[in-house]
Design a binder for this molecule. Sequence first.
Ligand code: 2PG
Length: 225
Amino acid sequence: MAKLVLIRHGESVWNQKNVFTGWVDVPLSSNGIKEALNAGEEISATEFDVVFTSLQIRAIETAMIALAQNKSSKTPTVIHDEGKMKDWTTIYNPEMEKSVIPVYRDWHLNERYYGELQGKNKAETAKEYGDEQVHQWRRSYDCPPPKGECLKDTAGRTIPFFEESIFPHLKAGENVLVSAHGNSLRSIVMFIENLTKEQVLGLEIPTGKPIYYEYKNGKLEKENK
Ligand SMILES: O=C(O)[C@@H](CO)OP(=O)(O)O
């Protein structure tokens, strides 16, 4: 049996300002760092075999801060893969495998691209375009923000990555941590839990709160902790 833990990054400095972020690469706020520490405490007993994050610092920081609390004697280490080395142990000293948890960063897990809304205050945007229109842009499956990605577009990159790069580790019985973003994770949760377009409209993923699944008998089952 293998465990999958999904964590949305802790609060970012633009979450704190209520600003659309998307692909803008902002760090965690001090509250977000606290959330990452708390998440780490919560998952500290789980020994992870591999970690995946987006390319964005708020998700990478969250993973590394959370794993700093881990009971494992292994050290999370970002593998600078750049596609050149599929099996990192061939480049790094194979001995390292005993002391390292590989952390892979990949753009496919980046937050939904928010297009022209990036950098705009969410409350001001709602005043300008109306609450319902902004809700559709933020939470619907197939209504994209201006020049941005709808959730379906985001799923078009997160789900193939999940199936091709993450799932095989679960099948091999490895425990996997994924540190990503509110909407890139909504697209993954929608896929895992087979949610409808209507159901995903109401799906919110809070910052820094781990979501737990177990892989057994060929499928992922949610653990209600
Ligand atoms: O601004 C963003 O990138 C996202 C996540 O923080 O915002 P929302 O939750 O409104 O989709």
